[in-house]
Design a protein. Sequence first.
Length: 215
Amino acid sequence: MKTLVEIWPPYGVSLIEGDLKMTVITDEDIPGLVDLALGGIHEPDRMPFATPWTAVEPELLPANMVRYYSSVRANFIPERFELHFAVRIGGGLVGTQGLHTSDFAVTRTGETGSWLGRAFQGRGIGTRMRRAICALAFDHLGAVELTSSAFLDNAASLAVSAKLGYRPNGLVRMVRCEGQVVVNQRLVLTPETFVRREPIGVTGAEELRAFLKLG
């Protein structure tokens, strides 16, 4: 009988740098992620996400998160996929880091996104986990460009992008909560501008490439 990792190679991917470890989210990770989210990701009067998924009653959030992560796996195909990693520091769950893309085999570009529990913010973890997923995309999946974005009032996210070498890529006016118009800073990163630090240990990349039909 095949193992689950053999059936679903994304589950075999891990990224390690020092005490940081990232693995693709499984059902077993969801309860811990729910607890983190309920514990707070941002101040109640602020919304850093273009999709305001945290702006619901606390009793609705757990089931919404199950639905979302279930849909990520259900809709995962080589032509359109999302890789979402559970991020741990010293074995403790602290947040998630994602990469989503369409037609990656042709465009070789994708968009990064992440969140951290408030108790773990301001420690440089956000920079480390974004650097890890960028290294996976560039060095192991063959990406030639990665994008990101943040509202202009999200200084922490913009600072992470600047540290890693992202460059401004235009401004977009968007609707946030309750009809509020905000300006979103688009950003772009290439292998040439990517700022590297400690080497990232990667396992399962070869099997993932085959699963994604990347050659």
